[in-house]
Design a protein around this ligand. Structure first.
Ligand code: ATP
Length: 308
């Protein structure tokens, strides 16, 4: 399928000489939820800002829906909605006016039925005549989304959509993002919350110091990089791992009461069976057995650490 966003060799060096993006390549398919993860200052906002036309790249190119974001700026920009982290303007305007005005900014004809649907879908209908400044933080976030969707974009960028919101609103936002995706909107979100990416994303990109160091399907990423642990609760504490089992690299824990075997998630189960047989042969009795799988968070921390 043709990409809705195609980024090629994208670089950004800010005026002071700081290189915020280093030859980033990325293709996003229509209807995906793509999460961009990275530590503070990694370049996430810079990347989004370039695609949205707010910051000028110093190298490379970006196409949105087949339109070059520089040569064909208006066509590209009309396909994009951006939900920034904070609402900075329109504080005195009503919810309705600010959303309807955003639509007008893109030269779209008035469409009260669409604006009404948008406000209803975002549970903002009862607030349509209220001034923005009178809304709660959660409602303001919804207004930001409504504004971003007012011109019916095909791609929605959300910059840290749930930073600083409570658990309930966070769940609401996640539901909303999925619903948008179900209507065919492509969603690209940046987040510091690994669990958010784990919950929401189809694909994950990890950016570090301006480089996109990894792009992978979420499930493949967890399967490929995730580690599993087999933990045996021993019948009696062991002082040391029997020499005959050395090749497994077993680890004794909890004062010799537990034996852990760490293996990579993609590995066949065959050597687990061999391990258990060899344990029995070595006279190591166990009374319980459990496995754990590393989360996306563990993987992310390892990744960022590795390249540090
Ligand atoms: N206008 C600017 N002039 C100079 N440097 C800048 C400018 N804007 C951003 N930077 C630098 O570029 C780097 C990337 O910033 P960016 O905001 O893209 O990171 P981020 O990944 O979005 O971070 P955060 O997670 O903290 O929002 C940072 O080191 C930042 O200080």
């Amino acid at each position: 399928m043709q990409s809705i966003i195609s980024i090629s060799g994208l670089s950004k060096t800010y005026d002071g000489g700081f290189q915020a993006l280093k030859r980033v390549d990325l293709d996003v398919a229509p209807g995906e939820i793509f999460a961009l993860l990275g530590p503070n200052g990694a370049g996430k906002t810079t990347l989004i800002s370039i695609v949205c036309g707010l910051v000028k790249a110093t190298g490379g190119s970006v196409q949105v829906g087949g339109h070059d974001i520089v040569a064909d700026y208006r066509a590209a920009r009309s396909l994009i909605g951006l939900v920034p982290q904070e609402l900075s303007t329109d504080r005195f305007e009503s919810v309705w006016d600010t959303v309807a005005f955003s639509r007008g900014l893109f030269g779209k004809p008035k469409n009260p039925a669409y604006v009404e649907k948008l406000l209803r879908d975002l549970s903002l209908w009862s607030k349509k005549d209220e001034r923005i400044l009178a809304l709660s933080g959660g409602m303001k976030r919804r207004v930001l989304i409504a504004k971003a969707l007012a011109h019916e974009p095909r791609v929605l960028f959300l910059d840290e959509p749930t930073a600083g919101v409570d658990v309930e609103l966070r769940r609401d936002m996640w539901r909303l993002i999925r619903e948008l995706r179900d209507t065919g909107v492509t969603v690209i979100l940046t987040t510091h919350y690994i669990d958010e990416a784990e919950e929401m994303a189809d694909r994950i990109g990890v950016i570090r110091a301006g480089e996109l160091i990894l792009v992978e399907e979420k499930t493949a990423l967890i399967a490929k990089l995730g580690r599993k642990e087999l933990i045996l609760q021993l019948g009696a504490p062991l002082a040391e791992v029997p020499a005959s089992l050395a090749r497994y690299g077993l680890e004794l824990r909890r004062e010799g009461c537990e034996l852990a075997y760490v293996y990579d998630g993609a590995r066949e189960h065959a050597d687990l069976a061999a391990l258990l047989t060899e344990l029995t042969a070595a006279g190591v009795a166990f009374k319980d057995i459990r496995t754990t799988q590393s989360s996306l968070e563990d993987i992310f921390v390892d990744l960022v650490k590795e390249r540090a």
